[in-house]
Ligand binder design. Structure first.
Ligand code: SF4
Length: 284
């Protein structure tokens, strides 16, 4: 159950992504997985390197496409636990179409976004998660666009598991990843993971001052979607914890009549030639 490998991450010292890596490794061990039972698919960006730093199956994909690949892996082998990961630019800019459709599809994949509100790998440009007024190389006079409210977006798109965390809250983040893995359906976990090199606004201290833990809000009920939406709007999305979970809705796989008990990757997919020709003839 050791999810550590001997690859040394080349993230900047202090990058929030280190804690996310540790949380995934701990959560995977805590839910009783072995490295052979876990696949991590990542996109492009500093955070995309994470699939190479964990002892499991790993796939470092292309920009914004971690979710299509992760969904393909899950469909081919339903017995694998599949985690997709990437940054806010990867998942909420170029990959946003995939994010929304994976959410509404409710396929059994856990998506962990390392949200640092900037493009780190390309040396500091404004991302869809940067606040209005944010000054970077790409917006020297301050961004004139407002930040995307991703948690609200996920609720609107029909997400069945929406959570948010802060990379230094290792215990809470680990527990949320465990819950996400155990959730039967798509789970989105957005993690505030500071970029210490290029984002000098949304720092560790800034998050400590501005984040509210949902566990400190009296009467908060993560099964009440209306309450989830109102709380997000009141706190401008700056909350951590399990925001919303719907355990009633079936996952994508469970909604398919007769979905194979045997993973497709191990199933006998041989087709009788006569049957195949008959099927093709119907399309001619
Ligand atoms: Fe982390 Fe930012 Fe360095 Fe990338 S540039 S490794 S996001 S601190």
């Amino acid at each position: 159950k050791d999810f550590r490998n001997n690859v040394k991450p080349n993230w900047c010292p202090g990058c929030g992504d280190f804690s996310v890596q540790a949380a995934i490794q701990r959560a995977a061990a805590n839910v009783g997985l072995t490295p052979e039972e876990l696949a991590i698919v990542s996109g492009i960006g500093c955070s995309g390197r994470i699939s190479g730093y964990i002892n499991s199956y790993g796939f470092h994909g292309i920009h914004g496409r971690s979710l299509p690949i992760a969904q393909g892996v899950k469909m081919a082998n339903k017995d694998l636990t599949v985690i997709a990961s990437g940054g806010d630019g990867d998942g909420f800019a170029i990959g946003m179409g995939h994010t929304i459709h994976a959410i509404r599809r409710n396929i059994d994949v856990t998506y962990i976004v390392m949200d640092n509100q900037i493009y780190g790998l390309t040396k500091g440009q404004t991302s869809p998660r940067s606040d209005a007024g944010f000054v970077t190389k790409s917006t020297p006079q301050g961004s004139i666009e407002s930040a995307l409210s991703v948690m609200e977006m996920a609720l609107t798109a029909g997400a069945t598991f929406v959570a948010q965390s802060f990379s230094t809250d290792l215990k809470d983040l680990t527990a949320l990843i465990e819950e996400g893995i155990n959730h039967k359906g798509f789970s989105l976990i957005n993690v505030f993971s500071p970029c210490v090199t290029y984002n000098k606004v949304n720092t560790y201290d800034w998050f400590k001052e501005n984040l509210t833990k949902l566990s400190n809000i009296e009467g908060y009920d993560p099964h009440n979607k209306e309450m989830a939406m109102q709380t997000l709007m009141k706190h401008k999305g700056l909350v951590t914890g399990l925001i919303y979970q719907n355990t009633e809705q079936k996952s994508y796989q469970d909604s398919i009549n007769g979905y194979s008990e045997t993973p497709l990757s191990q199933a006998d997919l041989t087709i009788d030639e006569e049957e195949f020709n008959k099927m093709i003839a119907e399309f001619m």
